[in-house]
Ligand binder design. Sequence first.
Ligand code: ATP
Ligand code: MG
Length: 750
Amino acid sequence: MALDYQKLLNPSQAAAVMQIDGPCMIIAGAGSGKTRVLTYRIANLLEQGVDPFNILALTFTNKAAKEMRARIEKVVGPEAKNVWMGTFHSIFARILRSEADKIGYPRHFTIYDTQDSKTLLGQIVKEMDLDDKLYKPNMVLGRISAAKNKLISVEQYLQDPVIKQDDEAALRPKIGAIYQQYALRCFKAGAMDFDDLLFNTNVLFKNHVDVLNKYQNIFKFVMVDEYQDTNYSQYLITRKLAAKERNICVVGDDAQSIYAFRGADITNILNFEKDYPELQVFKLEQNYRSTKNIVKAANSVIKNNKAQLRKDVFSENEEGTLIEVLKASSDNEEGKLVANSIYEDKMNQHLSYENFAILYRTNAQSRAMEEALRKLNIKYKIIGGLSFYQRKEIKDLVAYLRLTVNHNDEQALRRVINYPKRGIGDTTISKLINSAEESNHTLWEVVSNANSFLNTRIANPIETFAEQIKSYAVLAGKEDAFEAAKFIAKNSGMVEELYSDKSIEGLSRYENIQELLNGVKAFVEDPEREEKSLAAFLQDIALVTDTDLKDAKDEGESVTLMTIHSAKGLEFRNVYIVGMEENLFPSQMMITSRADLEEERRLFYVAITRAEKKLTLSYATSRYQWGNLRSCEKSRFLDEIDPQYVDFKFAASPAGSGDGTFGHVLERRSNLLPTPPRKTVATKYVAPADFKPSDTSNLQTGQRVEHPKFGFGAVTKLEKQDGSVKAIIQFEEVGEKTLLLSFAKLRVVS
Ligand SMILES: Nc1ncnc2c1ncn2[C@@H]1O[C@H](COP(=O)(O)OP(=O)(O)OP(=O)(O)O)[C@@H](O)[C@H]1O
Ligand SMILES: [Mg+2]
């Protein structure tokens, strides 16, 4: 049955959906249905008889792609499955895999994650005898990444006089040399980092016109969501793909461009108009997501930006409640206020915790929120931060799997060559690395022929290890991913190693390994997967983005916590934007120029426009940063919102209190709380499942800590005694305890 687009869409949306031939662009405000238009546009193409294999839709997260696919499938049926839909990285990783030989890569190339890239850069800086304080991996990776996203190759980087001048002025003249070595090492290891996936796609299309032709014929219709956040490398890929048919449709919002720091380029929107003079432009002005108040407040904020395309966004939804502002005396207090408010709204308005999201500027802010939510027994999930796949034990097992599929994967090899311990010491590993360097072999080639490089006694365990890995490869060639992974987890000794550790953390690491194996099993049993090999599984997990993890471990009804960056495109009934303070939001690091401040303001605009019904902003007048208590000033962004949309009553300093603390107001809030049933709001401390103790060798008095049994507390005194250190800690719930640091499992929370 054909869809009634006139009913599902407003006239401009419907017009954009019906326009099939030729380039089109929709640059419109938040919540105006851009993503909805793309979804129905694909549905319409399919209804018109377009082959799903001829449609390419690029989204910002895999999760967005999944949702879009599910919606289309609902209306047009299972053929929606065959539409090419995904992030730039996942789609082009797939294409690179089938064309890898053309650019000299193995078919089963590894994808290095950011951590792998940084580790490798650290190793290179050390090998080159450079100052690691000057050449911090994070900074170097940022430079290399920026170069790659502008398609600047190693050769160009080394030759460009302007770049040379820049690096010299920054007293970092060796970045080019590091880039060169880094690219070489990745290539030798058969590995690509995230930026390479786009860079190499461009290389592929540039050097192999036949390949480009092939994909131009496949992708007769190209669509891009969140176009404002594409970088040059992505822009060029889409331009090349659409060059033949010119059926390209992009949607975005210049007011929501928030990735300039990663090379996203607003000029891509302007270029688009130049590239396609026959372009049709559609305007969408009605916001369907949020109340009038929220939309007007968002407009009043973004108006302060000079650099933006003028557009009016309005809402026909209800007026809605005013924006609430909460003022707290500290970050912990802020957590409490937010948690209380969530609890209260959930109870009074019969909502589900799924309706709530807490958004913050930096991941570190989640700590105070988590603490407060846990105390009220409110379930939450964190998107981003240290994700499942970044945990040590998971990375260890995944390294075994990667090494099985691609023996040359140097970072994986270095990670597991002596884990679990098999008597291959650091000196030996250094020797192997040097031998590889000197003889111009890969590390794996040296490892698998260790006898030719080292004496027999040292070489034997190394060769045994190599044989082991080779046998895994044989197995992985015959069995599916699950059988292979299960065998490798056991045979490598990892399972036994973790099982023998009976501590709480040891147990949770063991469970994480089981969880990973469950994931592999689900992958293998998914009827929609054609390829069930270990290599296919690895590709799947290499491209999990932070936001995708929302689905990874669904713990039922829970509040969502994430950075504003990961909230792009999403919507929640009630939204809290916390940490509305100068130097935090806008971020101190980001406001050295007007352009940076405008990017921060766009980020604020993105945050506001995630809310459907209720928006709450909060700030604290003091906050722990780097272990010190600092006083903070409220964010200038709060004053930029037109006050007629804001309710400051919760933030008003109580008359006559004079000290500016929030005691009275807190009380007022607490009075508003319905008396919670005792069971739900237990004061008893509950340790989180993933509790991880910190290194406490530098513990200071005054620091806040968390103990798996005693809960939260502050260190009041540290005493040295017979070489060990005793800490006296005042716990909030159980009072003072004296603990020996060498035994106590403490997590430092600030
Ligand atoms: N014509 C319409 N009728 C009913 N609901 C609509 C209509 N258009 C959009 N919506 C709804 O409004 C909400 C926002 O739409 P959508 O997410 O597509 O907006 P967007 O422009 O992509 O927003 P963002 O800029 O945040 O990505 C969604 O819940 C969507 O289903
Ligand atoms: Mg959208």
